[in-house]
Ligand binder design. Sequence first.
Ligand code: GAR
Length: 196
Amino acid sequence: SKRVAIFISGGGSNMRALVRSMTGDHPARPALVLSNTADAGGLEWARAEGIPTEVVDHRPFKGDRAAFETALAECVAPHAIDIIALAGFMRVLTSGFVTPWRGRMLNIHPSLLPKYRGLDTHARALAAGETEAGCTVHEVTPALDDGPVLGQARVPVLPDDTPESLAARVLEQEHILYPIVLRRFAGGDRRPVMLP
Ligand code: GAR
C-alpha cells in the first residue's frame, strides 16, 4: 500500500482524521508525521499511535527557504514516502521542494478556492459578506494555494458568525472531506469530490 507522510504545524486534527481513516482496505497507510515545530500537539498523538515522527524546525534556517526545504527533503527520503498530505502545515513550500513531489502532494485549505488564498480566510470571507464558506483539498503546485482541486465542502455562513465559529464549522467538514479525497487519490482517482 501507499506510504503517506502528513505534515503538520499544530494540533493536527486533520492529521488525526487522516490517520484514523487509513485502516482496513484503505490503499494507504500513515508512514510519517512531520512537523516544523517540536511543540505541535499532533506529534505526541502520532507517537502514541506508533507512527514515526520527525521535526524539522524552520527557525535555525532564518528565512533561507532553500536550505529548510533541503533539510525537509533529506528528512523525508529515508521513509520511502509515496504521498505527502499537508494538514495545517504553515510553511510556504517553494518549487525546490514541490516540483519533485508534483502529483504526489496534497493540501487542505480553509476556503473555497480560488477564493481566499493565504491566511485569515474566515475573517476575510466574513468581511466580504459571503453567504457560504468551506474548504478545499488540492494538489500542491509551486503557486500558493493553487493546483488542481481534488475536493471541496461547503458550509453556510450564519448571521452571528465570528471567524472562530465559522472556522469550527469548516473544520468539521475538513475532517470529512480530506479522508475521502486521500482514499480516492491513493487509489489513483483524481476526480474532484464535491460535498455536500
Ligand atoms: C485547518 O483549518 C487547515 O485547513 C488550515 O489550518 C488548520 C489546521 O488545523 N490550513 C491552513 O490554513 C493552510 N494554510 P489542524 O492542525 O487541526 O488540522
